[in-house]
Design a protein around this ligand. Sequence first.
Ligand code: C2O
Ligand code: CU
Ligand code: CU
Length: 510
Amino acid sequence: MISRRSALQAIGFGLSASGSCLSPLILAQSTQAELQPLNIPSLNNGVLSSGTNNFELRLQRGNHSFLAGLNTETLGINGGYLGPTLRFKRNDKVSLQVKNSIGEASTLHWHGFHLPATEDGGPHQEIAANQIWNPSFDVVQFAGTYWYHSHVMHRAGEQVYKGLAGMIIVDDEEQKVDLPSDYGVDDIPLIIQDRRFDSNGSFIYMNRYEDQVMGMMGDTILVNGTNNPVFTPATRFVRLRLLNASNARSYNLGFSDNREFYQIGTDGGLLNEPVAMTRLQLAVAERAEILLEFDPGEETTLINVALPSGFPEFPGAMSEMMRALNTQGFDILRFRAGQQLAENIALPGRLNEIYRLPEAAATNTREFRLSMGAGMRSGDDRGPGRGSRNGRGGGFGGGNFSINGRRMAESYINERIVFNTTEIWELKNTSPMMHPFHVHNGQFQLLDRNGNPPPANEMGWKDTVKVNPGEVVRIIMRFTDFRDENNPYMYHCHILEHEDRGMMGQFLIV
Ligand code: C2O
Ligand code: CU
Ligand code: CU
């Protein structure tokens, strides 16, 4: 029998002196707790001046009360926790003034957007403390749900955890489909996150050994910053814009009455038609728009449905951790429909006509091996120098998270892609846990999972894709419009603690 310690070491995790407690993290059940009305982030439509839509954003320190009677120190954008929902119009030009008042370096990344690398807000567009960054770009995205968040090198996890994230909604006036679109009434942003608090109400970040491996998961679920939230629908149909803005946790969503719902949108826009489903897996950074139908007075709860432990057998401790994380169900958001519901829309039929990128258009295929543990070629990279940044990383040296055997180094360009070409990227997960793979600079399409066609709800535009243990996922993407020999885009695992520890690479479009 393999001990936990040696099992972890076998896959490359040296244990720090302080930590090897692998007790499962049990989520607090909210049944007794008092329900709080769901907070709706304020909407910021920008200020139009001479053809450009201007947004002012200030990264700031603040406070927020998540738990009754307790105060939590947070980071926020124009507020105490999280940021306003930014509303962009397709084909508009936007200009953002981002002021960093948090007292340490940060960035703001426009996740899912096709834009010049210099405007992307990745690790290279660092905003020093007290500085202002002023990116601008044309919104070429399809109508859909996007987001923005800190992407500062090595500390994105901590900054997002404390609150540096928000939603972006892109509208398209030419879109003809009739969908619920009254923000906060029948068009509802749902930013789902998990957090861990100490008894004083302060955020806890990375205090357990497994946080280093699995990424930071919490035992308290927040939706738009609300703990134990309840929402009261006032219309027959409600559109939920689901954004998994957690650091590491994936959700297997469903409803307490097992009702059917319809997925209408993916990361980068509307699907061709509504997809009826009862379960929706949403990995970190993925978005899904769904339609829900209510009868007057009806109640239901958005829940995480426990997954049977279908993980491949792997040396003891890993499987144990995976099971503990995925075999638990919990409540996310209660719905209590009003006694009178406005008839807002009819369930739409056709939503979109998505152009499928033909496989034959690809002129190159690249492989990306996602791995944890040993296997990094020595001398590739000194690594980001983890050491004791979180006070617990003492034994955490040496290439634990890598892509193609390398860890992110800001000075190293991993891939050079020829401008105006289409490529197939073959994502191979050789590790025992799922990694949500994200590519900057726009949207791609899934070709297949282990050679099988993707499910109907993954047939839309995507910028983040789950790659399950042992799986090979092929995606296809175009590299157009922004050629730049000097400024790279990122690709990475969106489990922020994996990204912060080097599971990221850079590409130039040349
Ligand atoms: Cu959501 Cu590289 O980011
Ligand atoms: Cu991104
Ligand atoms: Cu990962």
